[in-house]
Ligand binder design. Structure first.
Ligand code: ADP
Length: 246
């Protein structure tokens, strides 16, 4: 089943053309790695899907053109590392997770017993329930990232968007993080859009690849990618890593 359809998507910031005529479709349960050089429009693509920038073209969800509000119910978003530098930032891990349910509520935004239960359930599923009463700023980088992942997932979105989610993590935490995401994709059919420079992890976990350079240079499965000779120019040795794993 098609979950996201993007047709002729273009975004301009003043005179700068950040995306030009990008079109692709994601099937429910896809795990799409989004790659491209710095400034190639990856974050802009995500912002357009999240309704944070104006665009030309169309973005549909399950066959319907959606409004920003309707979309937030369906998408969980984990931005690049949010650092709680202040160790006494006045929120517990559970409160941070609970803040994820506000996206789907209309005014007045009141938390219900179901919301508290959903927060605990999500934290249990991600193995962080033991951290629920700890101040977020006092957790390690890997723990904070799992809490933020729980926040993105607490409203059970069908699509999870991750923007360079592991840049600040050590290799062990990074691997643990990607294993959780892979399980969500495999067991719950959550569609994943992952922006990353980490070609190793993309090659290991994603099932499709989207290569952007303002325009869409490539979109397809890894089998198709590995047969595509022009991709050597884009990835250099990175192509070898990806193809070796598939
Ligand atoms: P990537 O995520 O691939 O590094 P971005 O989507 O952040 O690329 O940026 C694409 C292009 O748009 C770049 O040329 C960048 O400088 C420009 N850009 C991004 N955000 C803004 C903005 N808020 N105002 C002006 N230009 C921007």
């Amino acid at each position: 089943m098609k979950i996201i359809e993007i047709e002729g998507l273009s975004v301009k910031y003043h005179n700068i053309e950040a995306l030009e005529g990008v079109s692709f479709e994601a099937e429910s349960g896809d795990y799409i790695g989004i790659v491209g050089p710095n400034g190639s429009g990856k974050t802009t693509l995500i912002k357009a899907i999240l309704g944070l920038v104006q665009f030309e073209g169309s973005i549909s969800f399950q066959g319907k053109n959606f409004s920003d509000w309707a979309l937030s119910r369906h998408v969980g978003y984990l931005p690049q590392k949010v650092s709680f530098l202040d160790k006494s930032f006045p929120a517990t891990a559970k409160e941070i997770v609970l803040s994820g349910v506000y996206c789907c509520k209309k005014f007045p935004k009141r938390l219900t017993h179901e919301d508290y239960a959903a927060a605990e359930e999500t934290m249990s599923a991600l193995g962080v329930i033991n951290l629920k009463n700890r101040l977020i700023g006092k957790l390690s980088g890997g723990q904070q990232q799992r809490i933020l992942l729980a926040r993105a997932l607490v409203h059970s979105p069908e699509v999870l968007i991750l923007d360079e989610p592991t840049v600040a993590l050590d290799p062990q935490s990074r691997e643990g993080f990607y294993e959780i995401v892979e399980k969500l994709n495999r067991e719950k059919q959550v569609t994943i859009l992952l922006v990353s420079h980490d070609t190793g992890s993309i090659g290991k976990y994603a099932s499709k690849l989207l290569y952007l350079d303002k325009q869409m240079i490539f979109y397809g499965t890894f089998e198709e990618f590995c047969k595509s000779s022009k991709m050597t120019d884009c990835f250099g040795p990175g192509q070898h890593i990806i193809c070796h794993r598939h």
